[in-house]
Design a binder for this molecule. Structure first.
Ligand SMILES: Nc1ncnc2c1ncn2[C@@H]1O[C@H](COP(=O)(O)OP(=O)(O)O)[C@@H](O)[C@H]1O
Ligand SMILES: Cc1cn([C@H]2C[C@H](O)[C@@H](COP(=O)(O)O)O2)c(=O)[nH]c1=O
Length: 244
């Protein structure tokens, strides 16, 4: 008796035997200059995840509002857990589990301020606890150097995604650089961390080599104008000129 095997499936040669893939979370870093919409995107991702019944935590470090929240200039804001340099992110997740909650995803805004070790903790949560981690933040500081937290994210993240919305330099070119402007002048030295907005605000503390209660703001520039330290015409003055 001859035994014939069933006709081979013509797709067999192309499809290897199905293999169970391990379930893992992903660590993603969405980055871009100030004012490009990172916090807006963070809140959109949170909204879309929770709408599908997934449970997550919103985390933030030093939001411009000075409050524990993720706030977007487009006008929306949500409460978040404030992180400091000593926060163990694995302990935060464990605490939520202990309360009987699930953690399917984490949203981390101002992720440039994370300690490198905290980024390692996020990678551990993605790999070992299958948590999807979405980080949003600046890549580079006012000297165009990678923030330590951003550098670690570049090293460890599964996906690096530049935020798609272009912010423009005063000359019209896309702006990737965040200049720090103190009392109207670009500065190149100082502390890495100085929380402020793109609109001028009075500093909360004295800055080295500047008068007390200076005004500080950030301005996004193209590489050429960042290199030259050329801030263009002050937008307020420009407005007065064009309507004069
Ligand atoms: N009134 C407005 N109408 C439309 N878009 C706005 C308005 N105000 C702010 N935005 C958008 O919000 C962006 C800033 O969003 P935000 O999430 O605060 O940025 P980031 O977190 O990257 O600093 C701006 O680049 C602009 O696209
Ligand atoms: C360039 C630069 C920025 N910062 C601060 C300023 C703001 O508080 C945040 C960035 O906020 P955004 O949501 O991206 O607008 O970071 C800083 O501390 N040091 C810097 O060099």
């Amino acid at each position: 008796m001859t035994v014939t095997s069933p006709d081979p499936d013509p797709t067999d040669a192309l499809s290897p035997a199905p293999r169970e893939l391990p379930v893992v979370g992903h660590l993603r870093f969405y980055y871009g200059p100030m004012d490009c919409g990172k916090s807006t995107l963070a809140l959109q991702v949170d909204h879309n995840q929770s709408r599908q019944g997934r449970q997550g935590l919103r985390l933030v470090s030093r939001d411009r509002s000075g409050k524990p929240r993720i706030s977007s200039r487009i006008g929306i804001a949500r409460q978040a857990v404030e992180l400091d340099a000593g926060t163990d992110l694995r302990a935060l997740v464990r605490a939520r589990w202990a309360e009987g909650g699930r953690v399917d995803y984490l949203i981390v805004d101002e992720a440039q301020f994370l300690e490198p070790a905290q980024v390692d903790q996020l990678a551990e949560l993605a790999d070992d606890a299958q948590i999807d981690v979405y980080c949003f933040g600046l890549a580079t500081d006012f000297r165009s150097r990678l923030f330590p937290g951003a550098a670690r994210l570049v090293e460890l993240a599964d996906e690096l995604r530049p935020v798609q919305v272009d912010v423009l330099c005063w000359c019209g070119l896309p702006a990737r650089f965040n200049a720090r402007v103190v009392d109207g002048r670009i500065v190149r030295a100082g502390d890495t961390v100085l929380v402020a907005d793109t609109a001028p605000t009075h500093t909360q503390r004295d800055l080295p080599e500047t008068p007390p209660s200076a005004t500080v703001r950030y301005q996004v520039l193209c590489r050429r104008h960042f290199r030259l330290g050329d801030l263009g015409v002050d937008p307020g003055v420009q407005g007065q000129l064009s309507f004069a």
